[in-house]
Design a protein around this ligand. Structure first.
Ligand code: COA
Length: 151
């Protein structure tokens, strides 16, 4: 039987705590196939230590999405402190209800309060959903090239 889904207006966006790491790991496992609660615990720990921002979206008291980013300055020739959005995920059944956009607004608000003026992210060229999502949030391509080599 299809589940009644509340509108995004009923989703609550809040900062993540260390206790959320197992739930985030579950959502991440649906996206990546990897189960890594310690990794997420460390990511949230770094944010709580002031090196980034991590938020989650709750519906009826259950986390259904997360977004995390770090505050970085001085890398890649970027002079000022900027924000890098590095992780995001919304459980498949909750997508398309504005939850990702709500979490992004919370992240940007926190960054602006810190005086950060620019956010960056990396998106795979073939990942159209994530491209469209970030473009809808106002992100535009910038003249950087991502380079890699096998070691
Ligand atoms: C990308 C993602 C976070 C979007 O979350 P969401 O809550 O569904 O997004 P929203 O409902 O807030 O959508 C905001 C905007 O993004 C765009 N968008 C979102 N999903 C889209 C899709 N499937 N196709 C096209 N555009 C999309 C739309 O422009 C949308 O605005 P609109 O509804 O007014 O048209 C979600 O699809 C997801 O978790 N994807 C998997 C992420 C992933 O693979 N993470 C692991 C690597 S980091």
């Amino acid at each position: 039987m299809p589940r009644a889904v509340p509108s995004s207006g009923k989703a609550l966006v809040r900062y993540l705590d260390l206790d959320d790491s197992e739930r985030i790991a579950e959502i991440d496992r649906q996206l990546t196939g990897q189960l890594r609660p310690e990794y997420w615990r460390d990511q949230i720990f770094q944010c709580k230590a002031g090196r980034g921002i991590s938020v989650g979206a709750e519906v009826d008291g259950r986390l259904v999405g997360y977004m995390m980013g770090s505050f970085r300055g001085g890398e890649f020739g970027l002079p000022q402190e900027v924000a890098w959005v590095e992780h995001l995920g919304v459980e498949p059944e909750w997508r398309g209800r504005g939850i990702g956009a709500m979490m992004a607004e919370a992240v940007f608000k926190r960054c602006r309060r810190r005086g950060i003026e620019t956010a960056y992210t990396l998106v795979g060229v073939h990942d159209e959903t994530i491209h469209t999502f970030f473009r809808a949030l106002g992100f535009r391509q910038v003249p950087f090239t991502c380079l890699s080599r096998r070691l």
